[in-house]
Design a protein around this ligand. Sequence first.
Ligand SMILES: NC(=O)c1ccc[n+]([C@@H]2O[C@H](COP(=O)([O-])OP(=O)(O)OC[C@H]3O[C@@H](n4cnc5c(N)ncnc54)[C@H](O)[C@@H]3O)[C@@H](O)[C@H]2O)c1
Length: 458
Amino acid sequence: MTFKKAILCIGAGYVGGPTMALIAFKCPQYKVTVVDIDPKRIAQWKSDNLPIYEPGLDEIVKATRGRNLFFSTEIEREIKESDIIFVSVNTPTKMFGAGSGMAADLQYWEKTARQIREYAESKKIIVEKSTLPVKTALAMERILTSTENEVHFEVLSNPEFLAEGTAIKDLENPDRVLIGSRETPSGLKARDELIEIYANWVPKERIITSNVWSSELSKLVANAFLAQRISSINSITALCEKTDADILEVAQAVGMDSRVGSKFLNASVGFGGSCFKKDILNLVYLCRHYGLNEVADYWEGVVRINNYQKDRFILNMLSAMFNTLAGKKICLFGFSYKANTGDTRESPAIFIARKLIEEKAELVITDPKALNNAMIDLNGIDGKVSYVEDPYEASSGCDAIAVMTEWEIYANLDFKKIYKSMAKPAFIFDGRNILDHKRLYEIGFNVFPIGKPALTHF
Ligand SMILES: NC(=O)c1ccc[n+]([C@@H]2O[C@H](COP(=O)([O-])OP(=O)(O)OC[C@H]3O[C@@H](n4cnc5c(N)ncnc54)[C@H](O)[C@@H]3O)[C@@H](O)[C@H]2O)c1
């Protein structure tokens, strides 16, 4: 079959894999290839055990792989053969040198830009899919045009707004697709080519365009706003716990104001994931770079409250369990940073697990999809940790359960059976407020929700 165009995606991760699978699914007329420097990851994408878990992903990959979706490690050849290149490599927080702990580490991204420059033999549209600091496209253009190579490159920004756990749903039915371009004739032409791809399934009015810098900045700001809502509600949980107010009642009353809205007002042990913290810190770094210290301080507060919330969770556990956790067996229900994903990057569970080990507690970790990643995250930790898939077996003999992830299965367990098998007094710390607290209390548990009065038998 001859294809209309060849799309390449560099980076086969949580964004590159699902986004390209969906483009291939919706646009059989395009050939879509995903490449990565990691051969193991590519081998997994070609196998029955995909490297990431996302509801609905397996079905879409099965329907398209070998038809118009391909995975490869031959980056050089694929660059040559492509018309449109999405760059979806990781852009973690830089952990060395200037900007350490704040700025984006652009080494993977820059390496990609240089590879494209080196191997491209015909004109290309380069699409920034990774989340990048505002003005990165300018640097990319400079790298791409810094040789004798006559090839024309047009750089577009098309940030990805999918959320892990609902990636396929979000990609199929996005709130908006944002495309930033130069306002030159070639910039506008490239923009139209990208619009043409999305228009295969996204209604035209949801495909919005802007200049490149607004597009780059919008992604950082969108994540900062989402994280800010979580930190805002979490900051109030501390006050609720002091005053017998109930965060669920407060969130409902506040969220019913149509100017505020009810989404993203769930109190929790804190946000995690590979993006929120890094993107806010990147925003903070950019603001400081431009001398906007008040703005930087404001956004840095979102991360500070998130750290405070995780610290508070541990301190609450300690004080509830008679100020010592040494030798106590604690079961973590969930390790992924949110439900419906196996991703544990920046999961609050990592921080909580490390703190509990510091307190000399013994840990049992259970999670339906994230146990392999949990083992990697806690590899080499100096303490007693075991990993058990079945939550009943995991909690048996434990002194306490701490809910780290809002997996639906945890809300529907037989807690009478669990209570019977645990050491007494038995504690539950519900870091996601997903359990029926009153019922747990009636069974015999001492229950510590977030931002609600504790229910104890003492
Ligand atoms: N994960 C999310 O939910 C999400 C959502 C929106 C945006 N983003 C952004 O998308 C980008 C990618 O995130 P991710 O979660 O998919 O990261 P990831 O770490 O899962 O995947 C990145 C992949 O790029 C590969 N890679 C790195 N350098 C390469 C190179 N030179 N050539 C080929 N492959 C290379 C890595 O091996 C890795 O497999 C980041 O900028 C992130 O901020 C992520």
